[in-house]
Write a protein of this length. Structure first.
Lengths: 94, 102
């Protein structure tokens, strides 16, 4: 079971790298925000799997819950701010 | 019971990975939003329910289910807020003829 959790956590970390690529190379600023949102959601899974790996689920659950709260409030504040200030539409450099 | 948990976790990891691939591969902001919003919500929900089943009837599994309910409420809300900010300021839309305004 330990190997299973380790494998799953490594696969999710690879998916986190895929979404971090969008954060680095987002053509518009709002692409970066959605990349950050997806990264945070996947990190919650990685935190819980780390708790199962080290047999300390009770502690890591609270960390994951606080992480979910901060992620949600941060993304919501950023999107409201950009809605007022305006997204500068640029041509993507693809 | 462990087998059910493993199947749920593997299904969730599949959806998470497909969401990441879609976030990289899709050509447009709105299509990327489509991949990220739905795949992430379903994938995290499946993984958390699988982990709760693996844990059994304890306080920890109740907390994991609480996180799942919280994510199920907040993840579509965040996605909707981002999409609304993009639509208000007319982020470019991808078409087959080229790029155009929405």
């Amino acid at each position: 079971m330990h190997t299973f959790f380790l494998t799953v956590a490594l696969i999710v970390l690879a998916a986190v790298l895929l979404s971090l690529y969008r954060v680095v190379r987002g053509p518009v600023v709002i692409d970066r925000i959605i990349g950050v949102n997806v990264t945070g959601t996947k990190t919650i899974t990685v935190i819980l799997l780390t708790g199962f790996l080290f047999d300390r689920v009770e502690f890591f659950i609270d960390i994951a819950f606080v992480y979910a709260l901060i992620n949600f409030i941060g993304v919501l504040a950023l999107s409201r701010y950009l809605e007022q200030r305006g997204v500068t539409p640029r041509r993507p450099t693809s | 019971m462990t087998f059910v948990a493993m199947v749920l976790v593997l299904a969730g990891v599949f959806f998470l990975t497909m969401g990441g691939v879609g976030l990289v591969r899709f050509p447009d902001f709105y299509t990327r939003m489509h991949a990220a919003g739905k795949c992430d919500t379903l994938g995290v929900l499946l993984v958390l329910v699988g982990l709760a089943i693996f844990e059994g009837f304890t306080l920890a599994s109740a907390k994991i289910l609480l996180i799942a309910v919280f994510l199920f409420l907040t993840s579509p809300t965040a996605t909707h807020a981002i999409a609304r900010a993009a639509l208000t300021h007319k982020v470019e839309l991808w078409t087959t003829e080229g790029r155009s305004e929405p």
